[in-house]
Design a protein around this ligand. Structure first.
Ligand code: UDP
Length: 322
């Protein structure tokens, strides 16, 4: 296995391939890697990603964009040091609309991205998800928890695609000796989330900014724990440079109910919105909070951006989009 903390071809600028580079997380990762001296090749089929997220990189000679579906063969003619596999629809509304593409990118797409890493002798990182824990019966969720997923429910296409993706990633590690990393990403928020992706942060913030009713699903007693995007990306970067190949949770353990979250958004925006209740979607996890002991010990990482500060940056972004 490659040494921790060292780029495989240390003499030159490291080359990173990012699938899903035009997405919310992929584009922030692209920015961080460019800042840290990487050359970045971004791949995206723009199904849920947007060129707006990478348009500021036009003319940057260290960045190249390939518009492609990553379930097709990935042909890259240069050496590659790191493959970061971020392509996938990621909001419940998106993967309900695109169940087959979600299953394909998690399975066939992960296979292609791993094949690329193997062919290039590159290190590989899979963007997995807290959804592998399903509607968790263990709280908070440590990496050792096997999860409680409804395979045939509406979220099954995403959850099972990512569970398969983790399994094939470890198979490539064990069988082919590819240096692999798996991050389980918990709810993350920040600029470049899509206004209409249906997730709670864009939904509540846009409703609040328009003084429209805030749609809390169910009684709003279900919990989530929100991590600001810069914290998440820093944790993922450290994970890639480390030498640990089993899954690691990255997220913010500050847990709140959706009712509390709605109130926090109303306060942060100074909105006149009131809260209304809508039916709870099927299989909506009742609670979610990462156990980040592993990330703290292995990566010396913990989130540092407080909710108030993260929200104010996110709100400022959405103000420009509404
Ligand atoms: N949610 C809500 N109102 C909305 C959108 C979402 O109350 O308009 C709730 C949703 O039911 C879930 C939580 O917010 O309990 C987080 O939903 P999201 O779609 O952001 O992602 P999830 O964590 O469920 O994957």
């Amino acid at each position: 296995m490659k040494k921790a903390g060292k780029h495989p071809r240390s003499a030159q600028a490291p080359v990173s391939v990012i699938t899903g580079a035009a997405g919310f997380l992929g584009s922030h990762l692209t920015d961080l890697l460019l800042k840290r001296g990487h050359r970045v090749i971004g791949i995206d089929n723009l199904v849920t990603g947007s060129v707006d997220n990478i348009s500021h990189l036009a003319g940057n000679r260290s960045f190249r964009f390939i518009e492609q579906d990553v379930t097709e063969f990935l042909f890259i003619d240069s050496p590659v040091d790191y493959v970061w596999h971020f392509a996938s629809p990621a909001s419940p509304v998106d993967y309900l609309e695109l169940p087959i593409q979600t299953l394909k990118v998690g399975s066939l797409g992960t296979h292609k991205a791993l094949g690329l890493a193997k062919a290039k002798g590159a290190r590989f990182l899979l963007a997995s998800t807290s959804e592998v824990y399903g509607d968790p019966l263990v709280h908070p969720q440590p990496e050792e928890y096997w999860g409680n997923v409804n395979i045939v429910g509406p979220r099954g296409c995403y959850d099972e695609a990512k569970r398969f993706a983790e399994a094939i990633t470890l198979a490539y590690h064990r069988e082919h000796g590819v240096a692999t990393r798996i991050v389980r990403i918990f709810n993350t928020y920040g600029p470049r989330m899509r206004l209409h992706d249906g997730r709670v942060v864009p939904a509540f913030v846009s409703q609040a900014l328009k003084n429209k009713p805030i749609t809390v699903f169910g009684k709003g007693l279900q919990t989530r724990s929100f991590c600001y995007v810069s914290d998440l990306i820093e944790g993922i970067y450290r994970l890639m440079l480390g030498d640990y190949s089993l899954p690691v949770n990255i997220g913010n353990p500050r847990e709140m109910t959706m009712l509390e979250f709605a109130e926090a958004i109303i306060r942060a925006t100074g909105s006149r919105s009131r809260i209304v209740h809508r039916p709870l979607p099927q299989d909506d996890p009742r609670q979610r909070k990462p156990d980040i002991t592993k990330a703290q010990q292995l990566l010396q990482w913990k989130p540092v951006v407080p909710l108030r500060k993260g929200l104010s940056q996110t709100i400022a972004y959405f103000q420009t989009r509404i």
